[in-house]
Each structure stands twice: as C-alpha cells, then as structure tokens.
Design a protein. Structure first.
Length: 200
C-alpha cells in the first residue's frame, strides 16, 4: 500500500482531486491565464508541453515519489491550478508540498490558503506525518512569503541546487513544519480564512 493513497480533499469551495490526463485542457487554460510559463522561477508547463507535464507527474506518482492534484473550483469544476505532495519518505513520515501554481485570476485569493489547509490537515492528521517540507527558488520571494505565512520555519539554503527552466542554476530555500507546530499553524490558517470570508 502506498503511503499517499488516492484521495479527494474539499473545503471552502475548493477541491483537490488526483491529477489525470483528462485535466490537460483545464491545466492549459489555467496556465494561459497570465502566461505563467514565461516566469523563469516556476514549473508551469508551456501550452504544448501540458500533456507531457501530466505524464511526468503520473510517472512520479507510480514510482511513489509524488502525488499530484488538480486544484479545482468545487461548484464549477474549473481547473485553477496544480499542487503535489512530493519527495515522499514513508520511513520517516515526511512529505513536501510543491509543484504548486495557480491561474493568475486565482492568485491572491483564498485558493492557496484553502489548498494548503487541506494538504497539511491530510498530511498531519491522516497520514501521520512528523514533518512537512517546502522548497522554492531563492528569487521566488512571493513563494517564500506565502510559505512563511503558513507558519513554516526556514531550514536553510541549498546553494547551486537545481536548474531553472532558462538553464541558470538556482539556490533552493528549504522550509519545514513539524507535527507539534501544526495545531497553532492550523488555527492561524482558519483565522485567515474567516477574516477573508467576513470581508466578502
């Protein structure tokens, strides 16, 4: 039995469901909202590479290293983006959350907060993870701020760690959250969502 079994997670109008080849059109449309593939610090596929992107994600799922989700609007089924558990290490009950991106129109909304709440709740409360990690490009300051808002702690920087899409070499900023830190982080995420809902 795989550490991360297929599951669909829903809350606050957002549903995360296992990514499939049927999501090619939806992911292509989401990426086109803002031409996200032009950002050098993201993993968003170019339109012509969307199917390959999904195929690669599913191959990693078969190998047990990644579990990709389509992030969708619960009411309409519209695909808003993609996120994953990855670098899954069952022996120490650790997963990372990444390969995350959203259509431009879904950015700076409740979508990312809800998605992270769903993934963290499942990781800590169902999978029994001891640690959840994140990694991001050293120049992706928006991502770093978003991770820090979740309550994650900065572990450090791995220098010269990976290639960017433009062929340059990036430093990778590593973050993590331990299971003992989750209750306070969860309370903060729920508070942020309530504040947003009260303002709408």
């Amino acid at each position: 039995m795989a550490f991360v079994e297929p599951v669909t997670l829903s809350a606050n109008g957002i549903t995360l469901r296992p990514l499939s080849l049927d999501d090619e059109g939806g992911l292509r449309t989401a990426a086109a909202d803002g031409e996200l593939w032009k950002l050098r610090i993201t993993s968003v596929p170019e339109p012509e590479n969307t199917r390959r992107y999904i195929e690669d994600a599913l191959a990693m799922r078969e190998a047990g290293h990644r579990f990709p989700f389509a992030v969708t609007d619960t009411a309409t089924g519209e695909v808003l983006g993609c996120t994953s558990y990855h670098d899954i290490v069952p022996a120490v009950k650790r997963v990372e959350i990444g390969w995350t991106w959203y259509a431009k129109s879904a950015q700076r909304t409740h979508v990312n907060t809800v998605s992270k709440l769903l993934l963290l709740t499942h990781a800590f409360e169902t999978l029994g993870c001891h640690v959840v990690g994140w990694r991001t490009d050293n120049f992706n300051f928006a991502s770093q701020r978003a991770i820090e808002r979740l309550g994650a702690k900065k572990d450090g920087v791995i220098r010269g760690h990976a290639l960017r899409r433009d062929g340059t070499i990036r430093d990778t900023v590593m973050y993590s959250m331990r299971s003992g830190e989750w209750p306070e982080a969860k309370a903060q995420l729920l508070y942020l969502l309530k504040q947003r809902n009260d303002m709408e």
